[in-house]
Ligand binder design. Sequence first.
Ligand code: AMP
Length: 180
Amino acid sequence: MASALEKLLLKKLKVIPNFPKKGIQFQDIFSLVSDPTCQKKIVEKIAGYARKNSITKIAGIEARGFIFGSLVAYKLNIPFVPIRKKGKLPGKVNKIKYKLEYGFDQIEMQDGSLKKQDKVLIVDDLIATGGTALASSKLISKMGVKSIFFAFVINLYNLRGVRLLEKNKYSYMSIIDAEG
Ligand code: AMP
């Protein structure tokens, strides 16, 4: 049974067919952040999950993970650190390459942005195939962190990204399920 929050978000969420290319059902998260009630309830839900798991740092995935990640970090008064695409962060960075449907991508984090004993919550607006989320966790593991969790607003359940996280024994939360 869908909760009141799920019903509210599903009602407000705009889905744009065939954007940015044919066949993609684009989940327009901005239709949720532009509504202060939805925004607040999403942040409270993720913050509750973070509190329950004694999270010490929020890592937001570029770019829409920055929005929810920063809001949650502010709410909990804990640090926010960015996971960015190649070449955007100054100074020494830790990096990992990962496979896309066509070709490769690379994500990076600033060296020293995490400590080994941190409990890190990786935040993104949405999980689809799970490739970006899993690469983020691999990068964070490479930096020595043992305790990693995930939070998403939307799970595109037919793309089975959360199965990938489950296979790798990660805990995660998502608020609504949608078809991608
Ligand atoms: P994936 O690595 O396949 O799990 O893709 C997740 C990333 O791609 C997230 O950062 C999303 O912001 C973005 N994304 C993938 N599919 C969609 C979609 N249908 N609507 C909106 N964003 C999407």
